[in-house]
Ligand binder design. Structure first.
Ligand code: AMP
Ligand code: MG
Length: 330
């Protein structure tokens, strides 16, 4: 009888211990026009789902604020009033624009949210059959220029000085949303999680096996083939690739990233991955390195503390910044 009771109590202990083991809870859904995957690793299912739902609510809120497709967003209001009048916005949007302009300064204009006047000319959804007319490109290019984004911090007003100018957060918004989603989940006590916004990823804490998360960098031409692995903890890994959206003219592949100096899409790089604690910065810099090219891009990244980079060139050469540690095994 005593043996029986001991076995029962051992079983109960084991079950209790198992219930304490973190499990992976996750949801895949479309937000901000992209595939988001939100994961929480926790022993408490209710807490995990509360965290995931809070992240979804937060990302949707940010989308309503920054979307340039939604006519009701503050961003669209700014765009509609380009060359007409300044628009008062929420502090959050004002700060985001201010940070975006700072990134334009450090990248010498390679990153520029006012690239968006080009949205009407370059379409990367397969509908373009020929190169746009050079004059049309020139005209739209003349609307790009972060120096014409006038910011009034006292009044929280944003004014685009040139008529026809337009801003868009395609290169920074997903990183920003990933960071804010992580903050919401952490505030609810989720100690380990991953927010993956179509390849813009932030991971914190540990995987269910107690090890650091590992992120694979995909081969740009064979998506399911991992070229190298990065160990991440409280780190974001963000990739810009020419394989997501592009056009082909005369066998030259043009990525969906516009060089603000020329008004033409960039060529020559297959993918840029940035590793940094801050996903918003990583997002903006991955786009910037595409525009700057390998030499200038790596020069910039090597100056920035806590930021690393891996570039895959058109010739499949892999070039990394000074301190990036990568592993070819999973
Ligand atoms: P990403 O995938 O983060 O590199 O972002 C690419 C997206 O950023 C594009 O689809 C555009 O919406 C936007 N974009 C394109 N060129 C630029 C640029 N030079 N500066 C800022 N945003 C850009
Ligand atoms: Mg980006």
């Amino acid at each position: 009888m005593r043996l029986f009771l001991t076995v029962i109590s051992l079983l109960i202990c084991c079950c209790a211990a198992l219930a304490q083991q973190p499990q992976k809870y996750h949801k895949v859904l479309e937000l901000m026009g992209s595939r988001f995957e939100i994961s929480a690793f926790d022993a408490d299912a209710q807490k995990a789902w509360d965290g995931i739902n809070a992240a979804i609510t937060e990302i949707s809120r940010i989308e309503r604020l920054i979307s340039s497709w939604d006519p009701n967003s503050q961003t669209s209001l700014i765009n509609r009033n380009a060359g007409i009048k300044p628009i008062k916005v929420d502090n959050e949007l004002f700060q985001l624009i201010q940070r975006a302009v700072q990134i334009s300064r450090i990248t010498d204009g390679a990153f520029d949210i006012s690239y968006a006047s080009m949205d009407r000319i370059w379409k990367f959804d397969g509908s373009m059959k020929e190169m746009p007319d050079a004059e049309i490109v020139k005209e739209a290019r003349s609307k790009i220029g972060f120096r014409n984004i006038q910011l009034n911090p006292a009044k929280l007003e944003v004014y685009l000085k040139v008529k026809g100018m337009k801003i868009g957060f395609g290169a920074i918004g997903k990183g920003y949303a990933a960071q804010k989603a992580k903050e919401k989940m952490s505030a609810l006590g989720i100690k380990s999680g991953v927010v993956n916004a179509a390849g813009d990823l932030i991971a914190w804490g540990k995987d269910i096996d107690g090890e650091s998360f590992k992120v694979g960098i995909a081969d740009p031409r064979k998506k399911n083939h991992v070229l190298s692995w990065l160990k991440v903890n409280n780190t974001s890994v963000v990739t810009s690739g020419d394989y997501e959206r592009y056009v082909l003219f005369d066998n030259v592949r043009y990525a969906h990233i516009i060089d603000p100096r020329t008004g033409y899409p960039t060529t020559g790089i297959k993918s840029v991955t940035i590793v940094s604690a801050n996903p918003e910065l990583a997002d903006a810099l991955s786009t910037s390195v595409f525009v700057l090219g390998i030499e200038k891009g790596l020069y910039l990244i090597n100056q920035l503390q806590g930021v690393e980079c891996l570039v895959i060139t058109d010739n499949d050469e892999i070039v990394t910044s000074k301190h990036l540690e990568i592993n070819n095994k999973s």
